[in-house]
Design a protein around this ligand. Sequence first.
Ligand SMILES: C[S@@+](CC[C@H](N)C(=O)[O-])C[C@H]1O[C@@H](n2cnc3c(N)ncnc32)[C@H](O)[C@@H]1O
Length: 209
Amino acid sequence: MRRRGVYDRWVLPRLIDLAMRNKQVTRYRGRTMPAAAGRVLEIGAGSGLNLPFYGGQVQQLYALDPSARLLRMARRKQPAAAFPIEYLEASAEAIPLDSRSIDTVVSTWTLCSVPDAARALREARRVLRPGGLLLFTEHGFAPDPGVQAWQRRLDPLWSRLAGGCHLDRRIDRLIRDAGFDIVELTNEYLKGPRPMTYTYSGQARSPAA
Ligand SMILES: C[S@@+](CC[C@H](N)C(=O)[O-])C[C@H]1O[C@@H](n2cnc3c(N)ncnc32)[C@H](O)[C@@H]1O
C-alpha cells in the first residue's frame, strides 16, 4: 500500500511529464492550443506542457489538476505569460468555477484518466458560456476490432500502472453525450503501440443559448 502511494505521488508525475513530451504529442499541442481565447480553463493541466502553446487571444488561464505535484511542476515551467494563470487543485468532475464563466475549455490526454469522464464533460459544459469552445486531443477506443480486443484486454493492468488511464473510451461519443456539437474531428493512430495511440483531436461547441 505504502509503495503504491510513493509510486502515485512521486514516480508517476515524473513519468507523465516525460511520456507527454514526445514529438507527435508536441505537434498536436501546437495544433490544438492556438484556438484558445478569452477566459480559458484547462482540465488535467498536468505538468504544464501546453503552457508555451497558448496564443495571444488568451486573457486568463485556469489550470486545473488534482495532482498538487504536477501543478508544482507546471508553476516551475510557467513562461513569462502574457496572461494571468490561476492553478486549481481540483477534479474536472467538480470544477470550482461559476457556470457560463469560461470561453474555452482545453483537454489534452486527460479524459482517459478522469474516473468519470462523462461527469467531467458535463462540468465543462456547465462552466462554458453558450457557444463556447471545447478544444480536445485525446487517445481512446480504436475503430479496428483487433485493436479494440487488445484495448479491452490490457485496460485493467494499464489503468493501474498509468494513473487510472483507460484505453477504451469513445471520446467522440462522450463529448456528444455531454451535449456538445463536434465541429471538427481528426482521428489517427500516432506512432507506437496501437492500443495506446488512437487519437481524437478537434473542436466542439457548447450550444448557443
Ligand atoms: C496523461 S496526463 C496528461 C496531462 C496534460 N493534459 C498533458 O497534455 O500533458 C493525464 C492528466 O489527467 C489528470 N487527471 C487525473 N484525474 C483527473 C481528474 N479527476 N480531473 C482532472 N484531471 C485529472 C492527471 O493528474 C494528469 O495530469
